[in-house]
Ligand binder design. Structure first.
Ligand SMILES: [Zn+2]
Ligand SMILES: [Zn+2]
Length: 376
């Protein structure tokens, strides 16, 4: 079977950058994805081919090998063995799946073979939600709607047609792995016949085409705990995509974003608030009502002679700490606002006020003057 050139497969030329390859692959994968073309065998084949091409070309080492040796680089890695067998020389037809091992052997690289052993496990899903700081304070709930793969109703997730059942794979005797001689080494790799599941479906279910799952809309309630921080990840175990027949379902990860608040800044469990206050309140002292996130207000006593930039700590009035009864603190920093736009009457009153004050009312001004005079 003559294979199409991987670059041609992706419609790029040989000098394509990694980014070019990726975007070409994405475009094609979207177009030919089996979920988009249900029942279209040609599209499925094409999807497999572009995935295979991209899998080889996306990795610098395998791309270099492909550039040098072409498809042959991937076709001489020893054959699949039976259970514990020695399949040397048999060659492997669908050999692409075994490439990772070959590259580990040939290049001694750090390629980790991820996903293979758990290939059948359903994939994880990820969604993002946003809450206000008030909601983060109290904790809240969110209704979410997502499309995910669920076990097929028709076959109960087995992937096999009614009246039939998956049979144990004869190549690996249900182990899902085969051992093979590779040069001097004995390597264990997932069985190509059953993709590591240990079972083979001879009469695939018509509704899910043997995959054991179908796409379904689902409503879920996510409870967002009090004290949640921006970027907190909530894992809902088993709420991800269903896997292949007999496989575990993936998880759903909910990433919580906390929207910035109009007047409160947050740092961990502590809250910070800049509050402008009228100059007479700062001069005379008095009560300041500070709004809290739970809708209540707390009274803060401003001492007489308070100055801009002064900070007050309200213990335990900050955010709740996630999964704890502790609370952070609320820091209030005051900014004294000097009155502006004075009318005649106000100016006259202020003149009278000035008459009645002396330097002892302005220690900083007096001290500055004194230091300035001394230095001259
Ligand atoms: Zn089915
Ligand atoms: Zn097998």
């Amino acid at each position: 079977m003559a294979k199409t050139d991987f670059y041609e497969q992706l419609g790029v030329d040989r000098s394509a950058s990694a980014a070019d390859l990726k975007s070409a692959y994405r475009k094609l994968a979207k177009k030919y994805h089996p979920d988009v073309n249900p029942g279209d065998a040609a599209a499925e084949q094409k999807f497999k081919e572009v995935s295979e091409a991209y899998d080889v070309l996306k990795d610098d080492q395998s791309r270099a090998a492909y550039d040098q040796y072409g498809h042959a680089a991937f076709e001489n890695g020893g054959g699949p063995g039976g259970p514990g067998g020695f399949g040397g020389g048999a060659g492997f037809g669908g050999g692409f799946g075994d490439m990772g091992d070959i590259f580990e052997e040939f290049f001694g690289g750090q390629r980790r073979r991820q996903g293979r052993q758990r290939a059948a496990r359903g994939s994880d899903l990820r969604i993002e939600i946003e809450v206000t700081l008030e909601e983060a304070f109290d904790g809240t709930e969110r209704q979410i709607n997502l499309t995910r793969a669920v076990a097929c109703d028709t076959c109960g997730g087995s992937g096999a047609q009614e009246g039939s059942a998956p049979t144990t794979c004869t190549v690996c005797a249900g182990h899902g792995k085969v051992r093979a001689q590779q040069g001097f080494f004995m390597v264990e790799r997932p069985c190509h016949n059953c993709q590591g599941s240990g079972q083979v479906i001879e009469n695939p279910c018509g509704d899910c085409r043997g995959r054991g799952h179908t796409q379904k809309q689902r409503n879920l309630t996510v409870s967002v705990p009090s004290g949640v921080e921006d970027g907190t990840r909530i894992r809902l175990s088993g709420e991800g995509n269903a896997g292949g027949p007999g496989a575990t379902t993936g998880d759903l990860y909910v990433f919580v974003g906390v929207r910035p608040h109009a007047v409160l800044q947050r740092d961990g469990a502590d809250l910070f608030c800049n509050v402008p206050i009228a100059f007479h309140l700062a001069a005379k002292g008095g009560a300041l009502n500070v709004p809290l996130l739970n809708g209540k207000r707390v009274k803060l006593n401003i001492p007489s002679g308070a100055q801009s930039g002064q900070q007050f700590r309200l213990r335990g009035k900050g955010m709740p700490v996630l999964r704890s009864r502790a609370h952070g603190d609320l820091y209030v920093q005051i900014e004294v606002e000097v009155p502006s736009g004075l009318n005649k009457k106000q100016q006259a009153l202020l003149d009278a006020f000035v008459e009645a004050t002396d330097e002892t009312n302005y220690p900083d001004v007096s001290e500055f003057e004194a230091r300035n005079t001394k230095s001259q």
